[in-house]
Unconditional design. Structure first.
Length: 466
């Protein structure tokens, strides 16, 4: 399918995985171009620094150079002028997961990290454990790990470590992305309802994960969170070995004597104590999946711990963007109630006794809806003040489907939270600048650019407090 290809065009190049794959192809000597509606940092900077040309906006003329292959991002739908031109002109095209499968993964030992939460952190940590110990793995991560300069790399190593997403592949392939990744070893962190735009209920998500599990060969290994009730029905299989990890007694890989401290997390396993520079219980579970996979692949506890000691985290995962006017601004990718809740719990330990502001952008196809109307209230339990921005693309949803911001504000107030619903980043910045004091912590939750809110907030705090 991919013989004779020298030029590749990416429609939707601004996505983290798309941009990473584009850069990796360019480094292999391909001519790479791309286009997207909105490319924002860190991916815009990432592409520019590595001299990958991309166009803002979609247009047929972006394909005038007749690329040998067009990679169609999963956010692209029919009606997109470039997608239509690809079909009209019968150009060779594929999804990103197809490209990865046939171009990079086939023939490798593929380790796929899946689950609703913690995929990016777990994949980054596992990749660093392998890298630190000289295994030089290929990898693709849906974010930028701070130990590496980019989210993807393709090497001659036998190992390929990849973040496996359950979201659909493309407008022409509605299977989950992770079914393309040829898993030999699979880590499944957890399973919750998400992606309400493509999954009807938890059972439909379980079916997607069941199909993924069915691909693991008999000489492979499934490593799964043994404490997760939604995963439990999927683990009674005989076609491949299964090992459970978690905090409960029934798990083969179990963390005990957990210490959640402001700057480090510690836990014990038989005859070894692990230390982690990541915070919170969720990261203990992420680390357990990494330890189980690394041990399965032949690494020793001390080799794993040495990598843990030098792991620098992931951009946009509890990332401190700066301190201005005594106020600490944190950036977090959290956009599901569980992720928000766990991040705030960890911040409450890290910044004990300080006022914590949670700023949330309901931007995803799930959080724009009322699916998590009640769960969102409790997600903010560890915040002192909550600010929610106007729900994105509200007009595209039926009134009965929409998240109800007034109800959210009312229920947060009833929980004793200071809560505000504001139209955009600029209004939120002004609101926080008026109310924040030195020592406060502002955590911004968004999986988008959010109007450059982090920089604006740091600038305004610095200006006002001069």
């Amino acid at each position: 399918m991919f013989a004779g290809i020298r030029s590749v065009h990416f429609i939707g190049i601004g996505g983290t995985a798309m941009a990473s794959a584009a850069v990796a192809l360019r480094e292999k000597g391909f001519t790479v171009t791309g286009s997207d509606q909105n490319v924002y940092p860190p991916m815009s900077t990432f592409l520019a620094e590595r001299q990958v040309e991309f166009t803002s906006g979609y247009a047929e003329q972006n394909l005038a150079h007749k690329p040998d292959l067009v990679v169609v991002g999963n956010a692209i739908s029919r009606g997109n002028p470039e997608a239509e031109a690809v079909l009209d002109r019968k150009l060779r095209y594929c999804s990103l997961p197809e490209l990865l499968k046939e171009f990079f993964i086939r023939g490798k030992r593929s380790i796929v990290v899946a689950g609703t939460h913690g995929k990016t952190t777990t994949t980054s940590l596992l990749t660093w454990v392998f890298e630190h110990n000289g295994l030089n793995p290929s990898y693709l991560i849906g974010g930028i790990p701070n130990n590496f300069s980019q989210g993807a790399r393709f090497t001659d190593s036998e190992w390929f470590i990849i973040e496996g997403d359950e979201y659909d592949t493309a407008f022409f392939d509605k299977r989950s992305k992770f079914v393309h990744y040829l898993p030999e070893i699979a880590i499944i962190n957890n399973l919750e309802f998400d992606h309400a735009d493509i999954f009807e209920n938890i059972a439909s998500i379980q079916l997607a994960f069941k199909r993924f599990i069915n691909l693991i060969p008999r000489n492979g290994q499934l490593l799964a969170n043994g404490d997760d009730p939604n995963l439990a029905p999927l683990l009674n299989i005989t076609h491949c070995p299964v090992k459970r990890f978690g905090l409960g007694e029934a798990n083969a890989w179990r963390a005990e004597k957990i210490v959640l401290a402001p700057t480090v997390t510690e836990f014990e396993m038989p005859s070894f104590k692990f230390r982690l520079n990541l915070l919170g219980e969720l990261n203990v579970r992420n680390a357990l999946g990494v330890i189980a996979a690394a041990r399965h692949c032949g690494l020793k506890n001390h080799q794993i711990q040495e990598a843990f000691d030098t792991f620098k985290g992931v951009k946009r995962r509890m990332e401190v963007r700066g301190v201005s006017g005594g106020v600490t601004v944190v950036d977090d990718f959290g956009h599901h109630p569980t992720a928000i809740r766990e991040t705030l719990r960890a911040l409450r330990v890290k910044y004990a006794g300080r006022k914590i502001w949670a700023v949330f952008e309901p931007r995803t196809n799930t959080t724009r809806r009322n699916v998590f109307q009640t769960e969102l209230v409790f997600a903010f339990a560890d915040a002192d003040a909550v600010v929610v921005s106007q729900i994105a693309r509200l007009e595209l949803l039926q009134p009965g489907e929409r998240l109800d911001p007034q109800r959210l504000m009312k229920e947060l107030a009833e929980m004793g939270k200071t809560a505000a619903y504001l139209p955009d980043a600029d209004a939120i910045v002004e609101h926080i600048v008026k109310g924040a004091e030195g020592g406060d912590v502002v955590c911004v939750f968004s999986n988008g650019g959010f109007g450059g809110i982090h920089g604006k907030l740091l600038d305004r705090l610095n200006y006002v407090r001069k």
